[in-house]
Design a protein around this ligand. Sequence first.
Ligand code: DC
Length: 219
Amino acid sequence: MAKVTIAIDGPAGAGKSTIAKRIAELKNLLYIDTGAMYRAITLKLLNNNVAIHDKDRIKTILENTNIEFIEGSIFLDDIRVDDEIREPRINENVSEVSAIPLIRETLVGLQRKIAENNNVVMDGRDIGTRVLPDAKYKFFLTASIGERAERRYEELVKKGYGCNYEEVVKEITKRDKIDSERVLDPLQKAEDAILVDTTGKNIAEVIDIIMDEMKSIDS
Ligand code: DC
């Protein structure tokens, strides 16, 4: 079978992970959530009280960290951390952590290795531009800030975190700013990515758009 590589990028709350997971099921591909990898490193730095400017300690941490996806879960040093990496303290710090060059370099290398050995659908911020620039299928998902904040708010409330909508708007706006203005691999639509605005669309509608676009690329 020919190699299949699908890159899905976009800002927080655009629906990337829900859509990417579903596409992976439909096309029998491995789903890689690269945001979860940046979150896992953030968790490790916070748990070890490492300051984000402490390059030496970050280097040591990276050399002694193992991140793996097993059956849809993410493991940090052999411990499943699916829930911890979604905590508000991670949301508050992950953008700053993911702007650190050494961290990006390490995780991009790991992501490319996974994609070399598997048929993948990978979501993130720089998949189409940097991690897998040769991916055959590239999508950039977006949605209005109001709708993205609403989705994130509902997700947090469902998990039992006390938060208010205005705070979520603020946090997402701040993350958008850091993610798109950082020097290294900023959040950016690849020139050849297909833009999909998910505002006002349900999951099934977005999946249909993506599956149709892939069919037309194939034909
Ligand atoms: O998709 P997410 O919200 O779980 O991502 C968390 C953070 O990780 C996001 O604010 C930016 C960073 N990230 C990144 O810099 N590059 C990626 N490929 C994926 C995520």
